[in-house]
Write a protein that binds this ligand. Structure first.
Ligand code: HEM
Length: 74
């Protein structure tokens, strides 16, 4: 199973997210900073995206760590 089950339409498959050049269909460069900004400010960057912004729930250090982990998923 690749992160989410086949039947689930909750979010995209992020198995190889680190191999892509851009996030959110070209909104942001796909590097550590871009990933961290996407996670923190999702709704500001892409209003109405079916993913919540995380800055009020997850502290900056943790968001940076998650971004670094996602970036190495090649
Ligand atoms: C800390 C937790 C989360 C992480 C690390 C994460 C990671 C990501 C990343 C990296 C993308 C961009 C993918 C791309 O550009 O193709 C994305 C998009 C998305 N995520 Fe999340 N996500 C999180 C929480 C959530 C939650 C809680 C939901 C659902 C309730 C969700 C649903 C989605 C959806 C629907 C998209 C596509 C958004 C769009 O382009 O309109 N995510 N997520």
């Amino acid at each position: 199973m690749r992160g989410v089950s086949e039947e689930s339409r909750l979010g995209p498959d992020l198995t190889h997210v680190g191999s892509r050049l851009y996030l959110g269909a070209g909104l942001l460069p796909n590097d550590n900073d871009g990933l961290a900004r996407w996670l923190a400010h999702t709704q500001q960057l892409k209003p109405g995206a079916r993913m919540p912004s995380s800055h009020e729930r997850i502290d900056d250090n943790s968001l940076q760590a998650i971004a670094a982990w996602l970036a190495q998923l090649k």
